[in-house]
Ligand binder design. Structure first.
Ligand code: ZN
Length: 319
């Protein structure tokens, strides 16, 4: 069975996000689509998965909404639906930058289409390229030569820019997974006086399809149960190392000790060696879920899937 996974966003003014959310959530439930959708006064941001028919019906329905006629979808395929459930929520920001100022995304960086991006990399032009993603994403893959700020959360970028030592007239290129973080961060950079700000239109995922991921090293982290997807078929060598064995690896697991649950780079060999735990200490924990090599590389959801009724009862009482 093949599933389609899509990513999309659109900045537009929603008069009544709560009402739209209620209708949209019901529509998704009836259709049987799963994933994560954030709706706010500033727009909509989602990633959902389902059968190709379900996804087609979903896309059609979104394009029927006033203001969303031209919404752009990035598609990927997976042999399982990488979303365990549906989350459809109202948020103040559809992607949280927590900037002190109102960001006008209509005044964001210049779009660079994937082919322009590749040509720029292959040119001898002077620029700085910023990877606008989190540390655990850049660790397993990024464009060659990119500046990787190593921040844990996107909202930390609004402080990071304060100490950025890049001249305001320098050409800036930036990219993220599907483009939405660049929409906000490029607008913030312009607000801070940067003059030549450019963003990869459609992010790594569109670039992967249109330019075969050229000049990208490693893999791309995605926020669903697949965790990582390949980008550049010519450069698939892992750039990170297994935290257990120290050997090159690019797969992530959550520590099997549910009290820890740390997301860490781990090879299959490392996972088997430590029963899926990040440390010896975690391995001894009574909160360790049984190690299942076949499911080790899917993220952990809720601890109670793994224990019997009695244990659940006790833990629920313990809060
Ligand atoms: Zn651990």
């Amino acid at each position: 069975m093949t599933y389609e996974v899509i990513l999309y966003y659109k900045f537009l003014e929603f008069q009544d996000p709560a009402e739209f959310k209620d209708q949209h959530k019901k529509f998704c439930k009836d259709l049987g689509i799963k994933g994560r959708i954030y709706i706010g006064k500033e727009g909509i941001n989602g990633t959902v998965g389902g059968t190709p028919d379900q996804v087609q019906a979903y896309k059609n329905a979104l394009r029927d909404v006033e203001g969303l006629e031209d919404i752009d979808f990035k598609s990927e395929y997976s042999d399982f639906n990488p979303f365990p459930r549906l989350q459809c929520k109202v948020r103040d920001e559809i992607v949280s930058l927590h900037a002190d100022t109102d960001i006008d995304t209509s005044d964001g960086g210049q779009y660079m289409e994937p082919h322009e991006w590749r040509e720029m990399i292959e040119s001898d032009q002077d620029y700085v390229m910023i990877d606008v993603r989190n540390d655990y994403e850049t660790k397993i893959g990024h464009f060659k030569g990119a500046l990787t700020p190593n921040l844990e959360n996107f909202f930390e970028f609004s402080d990071w820019i304060e100490q950025l030592e890049v001249p305001e007239d320098k050409k800036v290129l930036m990219y993220c997974t599907g483009g939405i973080r660049c929409e906000k961060f490029s607008a913030l950079m312009k607000y801070h006086g940067y003059e030549d700000v450019n963003q990869l239109h459609g992010g790594i995922l569109r670039y992967k399809h249109e330019e075969e991921g050229k000049h990208f090293k490693g893999k791309c982290f995605v926020f669903d149960d697949r965790l990582v997807v390949p980008v550049n078929p010519e450069d698939l060598e892992p750039i990170a190392r297994c935290e257990i064995t120290g050997k090159p690896a690019d797969s992530y697991i959550n520590c099997a000790n549910m009290e820890c649950n740390k997301l860490f780079v781990c090879s299959e060999e490392g996972a088997r060696k430590m029963d899926g735990c990040c440390s010896e200490e975690c391995r001894k924990s009574e909160y360790k879920r049984p190690f299942d090599p076949d499911n080790a590389f899917k993220p952990f959801r809720k601890w109670y899937h793994y224990f019997d009724e009695e244990f659940k009862e006790r833990e629920l009482q313990n809060g």
